[in-house]
Design a protein around this ligand. Structure first.
Ligand code: PMP
Length: 295
């Protein structure tokens, strides 16, 4: 594994492309101590970043929810993402913008910190190994639950919300699972640690209402693809007992794409026809230049 801070290439950092290894911040950065940081993750396919503008709009929205505004507009960030992708010579890659409060002030209150933005790209072929994607990954239930919307800013893609995701994924991996499935504060099915959840039963696609977790862009795309195929999609409150009777299960995310689930604790699933169809439709869509952003 090549360490993330020791690679060739460029990172867009506060308006300029800087050599990868020079993209550094001070240890007394507010974002590091108090999680005043928001980020995005999108993918480029054949040089086009899929849903680039919507990702950068979400970055701005996440920042706003955390009480700061980005010093760059969405059009500037779109251009910056394309510039860093090009500078790194990446065609199929992951794109990671991040924005955070700087080191001018350190304490719970930090109204006078400067807001910084950086964007990196790297090659990341598949979030889960391709052979795993074929037979479906294995999830276990996390002990941590997604917090209520009046407990945390759940609609932001905010660094702080990932603390329980990292804990849950580490525990799952230590026990031989690929990822963890999280319930919400009510005990309802929520999502995986970095991807949304879908269950298929008798030809109908069911997915939890995203009222306390991210309404993923991939989730929205896949719902559209399913409906375009005439498949019924129901967004509703969902409960763990439903895992027992599901025919197929998959998760969605910009990094995870459409990934089939083969097992959740004691329940086993086939990688079924609807999962395969939506996975193929998604793979086709992201590679259509007209539907994604031209680089
Ligand atoms: N939930 C969480 C916690 C995530 O990190 C992600 C990935 N951004 C998603 C859902 C899926 O979001 P998207 O499809 O927009 O990538």
């Amino acid at each position: 594994m090549i360490p993330m801070d020791d690679r060739d290439g460029f990172i867009w950092f506060d308006g300029k492309l800087v050599p990868w290894r020079d993209a550094k911040i001070h240890v007394l950065t507010h974002g590091l101590h108090y999680a005043s940081a928001v980020f995005e993750g999108s993918r480029a396919y054949g040089g086009n970043i899929f849903e680039l503008t919507r990702h950068n709009e979400r970055l701005a929205k996440s920042a706003e929810i955390l009480g700061f505004s980005l010093p760059y507009g969405t059009a500037e960030l779109d251009a910056a993402c394309k510039a860093v992708l090009r500078a790194n010579g990446h065609v199929d890659a992951y794109v990671r913008p991040v924005a955070w409060r700087g080191s001018e002030q350190l304490g719970v209150a930090a109204q006078h910190t400067k807001i910084h933005v950086a964007i990196a790209t790297w090659e990341w072929p598949s979030y889960f190994a391709p052979e795993l994607r074929e037979r479906g990954i294995k999830l276990t239930m996390a002990k941590w639950r997604r917090p209520a919307p009046d407990t945390a800013p759940t609609q932001a893609k905010a660094a702080g919300l990932y603390m329980i995701c990292t804990l849950s994924k580490h525990t799952a991996e230590a026990e031989g699972w690929h990822d963890a499935l999280m319930l919400d504060y009510r005990g309802q099915l929520a999502e995986a640690t970095g991807a949304n959840l879908f269950l298929i039963k008798e030809g109908v696609v069911h997915t939890p209402t995203p009222d306390c977790f991210l309404n993923g862009l991939t989730r929205q795309t896949v719902i559209g693809l399913a409906r375009a195929r005439g498949i019924k999609v129901v967004e509703r409150a969902m409960f763990p007992e439903e895992l027992k009777t599901a025919d197929e299960v998959f998760i969605t995310g910009s990094a995870a794409e459409v990934t089939a689930i083969g097992q959740i604790d004691d329940y086993h699933y086939q990688v079924g026809a609807i999962t395969r169809l939506l996975r193929d439709d998604y793979e086709k869509l992201v590679r259509q230049p007209a539907k994604s952003e031209a680089a």
